[in-house]
Design a protein around this ligand. Structure first.
Ligand SMILES: [Zn+2]
Length: 423
């Protein structure tokens, strides 16, 4: 038989692959199990070149199979909650639409359809790469047995008092409409204006004058002799009828600005902690759509309902009218937190959220790593996770998106603090 002058892989590969499948070549045989869980690709698009890296898993699976192990390589697709909704919303935006035009159920069904249309090719593409995965056992992360396991785990955590619901300061992206975990926010350096605002006899430097309507105190360092006589007194919050106390707290950096800072517990992580220490009221002035929602004691009613940036300009304009702007530093370099998805500024705010208490969960993890029960390749990641364990706070598990597994709880949640529901 003459050899073909050109190798036509199309004619050969598909045929061989289907014979592998028909003969059950990817089924586990033998006694010693060897299992790899394929990191499931996001089910909102076809594969990208990076997924070709799974070839390493395939090599391992085939190597162990030849050594006589009962190999099971389990493939899957990830519903990728927020990620997928983000991709879907970008498509909606192209049509000039937004998620807010739909009710929860319709939006969910539309995204489910989008996922079906866009992820159908994934397993075919893996087959074309020759992957020896156990397709019969493929898992989609919204399959009933997965959802069931999530609910069982949640129930267990409730019973062990590992979860709680609390009004808590979260990193919120008004554009994406969800709170994000610490690892999901990016820190960037940027030049912004730093405003020096007079609160009666004291001057405060801030990049966020519009949040002043949520101030519940001014704070100075206890050792700062310049201000000792003011501690315990009250000042009038400009543009309002509210009087706020001057407190002393060692978190204040004497060298920043004038050494006097405003405390806005509802919209700043450090202030949130200071507010708890000094039992100050938490006054929310920005809603989940990034618009101002002002308390009644604010005298400039036009600011109500404005977007944050417009509100900032208007606030400064009004402050200038009453001579309360001492100066503006036009080029203040500082770190800001931005959304890892859309790149817009994060808005720290208090919203009701579910949390996992991590304190008791950390030490078994650290022990397992130190005793080498869990090993890292490459090894440098071992140090990284140990560092991470040290700084980790309680983990917010709620995401305000429709696409995903709902938190299985329907207890009365108390007053809603005037928040706008955006799912
Ligand atoms: Zn965002």
């Amino acid at each position: 038989m003459a050899m073909e002058s050109k190798f036509e892989h199309n004619k050969v590969e598909a045929k061989i692959y289907s014979e592998w499948e028909k003969s059950g070549a990817f089924e586990p045989r033998g006694q010693n199990p060897y299992t790899i869980l394929m990191p499931p690709p996001n089910a909102n698009a076809s594969l990208h070149a990076g997924h070709g890296m799974y070839t390493i898993d395939d090599i391992l699976a085939r190597f162990r199979r030849m050594q006589g192990y009962a190999v099971r390589w389990i493939p899957g697709r990830d519903h990728a909650g927020f990620e997928t909704q983000f991709v879907y919303e970008k498509n909606l935006a192209k049509e000039g639409k937004s998620r807010l035009e739909y009710d929860r159920q319709t939006l969910y069904q539309n995204i489910a359809k989008f996922v079906e249309d866009n992820s159908g090719l994934i397993f075919e593409q893996f087959r074309r790469l020759g992957f020896s995965a156990d397709w019969e056992r493929a898992v989609f992360t919204l399959d009933p047995q997965v959802v069931d396991m999530v609910y069982q785990t949640f129930r267990r955590m409730v019973n062990e008092e590992l979860v709680y619901r609390s009004d808590y300061l979260v990193n919120y992206c008004p554009h994406c409409g969800t709170s994000l975990a610490e690892l999901e926010i990016n820190h960037v350096e940027r030049t912004d204006k730093l405003y020096y605002i007079k609160y009666g006899p004291l001057t405060v430097a801030t990049v966020r004058p519009e949040t002043m309507f949520g101030d519940s105190a001014l704070s100075v360092h206890p050792k700062d002799k310049r201000y000792t006589s003011y501690v315990g007194s009250e000042v009038l919050l400009p543009l309002t009828t509210r009087k706020i106390p001057v407190i002393a707290d060692s978190m204040v950096d004497m060298k920043f600005g004038t050494g006097v800072v405003k405390i806005t517990p509802a919209h700043d992580p450090n202030d949130f902690e200071a507010g708890k220490r000094h039992k100050l009221p938490t006054i929310r002035v920005i809603d989940q759509l990034g618009r101002m929602t002002l308390p009644k004691d604010v005298m400039i009613s036009e600011i109500n309902g404005m977007k944050v940036k417009a509100a900032r300009e208007k606030t400064v304009e009004e402050l200038q009218k009453i001579g309360a702007v001492e100066k503006i530093d036009e080029h203040y370099l500082h770190a800001v937190t931005v959304c890892y998805k859309c790149g817009r500024d994060m808005e720290p705010m208090t919203v009701p959220n579910w949390y996992i208490r991590v304190e008791g969960l950390k030490s078994p993890v650290v022990t397992a790593i130190k005793k080498k029960k869990t090993r890292f390749y490459p090894q440098k990641f071992e140090k990284q996770i140990l560092e991470w364990m040290k700084i980790m706070h309680d983990w917010p598990i709620s995401r305000q998106v429709v696409w995903g597994i709902r938190i299985p709880a329907s207890d009365p949640v108390g007053p809603h603090h005037g928040q706008i529901r955006s799912f």
